[in-house]
Design a protein around this ligand. Structure first.
Ligand code: ADP
Length: 180
């Protein structure tokens, strides 16, 4: 699914984020940036060992929840990896939506700061961190929409959903945002 916000494109695809031919891909990292399973494990495996070396050298103190830091893309097709730390879902009353929104917002700022024309996101926090997919889709897509309408860049924001359930949830939410 693909929609335009101003002159910018927002796309939803089902697939593997490590294969995306974009300027930057976003990792769903933990706050120690120490590596993990899920999309983080897939990104580090595809990028090669240099990615973890670079990450621990540049960010020995990790990254706070709700923010993101940039490294190179190692052996990935993407030039950059933005390591975003989303919240663990604790029922919805612990600031989860603000933290998820600020992690995404920081990645979009990093894309502009690094002159990236295209960026791909996974469904941050919806795996091990347990954030309900429909609620995460609502927060994530609203942040992307508002940023694109306000800043007019990056030219392409793509959400890469690994499974059909996530893809469906993001499509349903995006349909409600068109024209709203
Ligand atoms: P978190 O700890 O933030 O919940 P996870 O890595 O556990 O992060 O999951 C985040 C999302 O990334 C989940 O929806 C998961 O299915 C998805 N995912 C896992 N591997 C990939 C991949 N290679 N490409 C895109 N998304 C992926």
């Amino acid at each position: 699914m693909r929609v335009l916000f101003g002159s910018c494109r927002l796309e939803l695809v089902q697939g593997d984020i490590t294969l995306q031919n974009v300027d930057a891909i976003v990792n769903a990292a933990n706050s120690s940036l120490a590596g993990g399973g899920g999309v983080d494990g897939a990104i580090h495996q595809a990028a090669g060992l240099s990615l973890m070396e670079e990450t621990s050298l540049q960010y020995p103190d990790g990254c706070p929840t709700g923010s993101a830091v940039a490294t190179s893309g190692g052996e990935l097709p993407a030039r950059y990896v933005f390591h975003a730390v989303g919240p663990v879902w604790k029922g919805g009353l612990k600031g989860e939506s603000d933290l998820l929104a600020s992690a995404l917002h920081r990645c979009l700022e990093l894309a502009v700061e690094h002159s990236c024309r295209s960026i791909a996101f996974p469904a941050i926090s919806t795996g091990v961190y347990g954030y309900p997919k429909d609620l995460a889709a609502n927060v994530s897509l609203n942040v992307a929409k508002d940023f694109l309408l306000e800043h007019g860049r990056p030219e392409l924001v793509r959400f890469v959903l690994f499974d059909g359930g996530s893809y469906g949830a993001f499509c349903r939410v995006l349909e409600t945002l068109i024209g709203s």
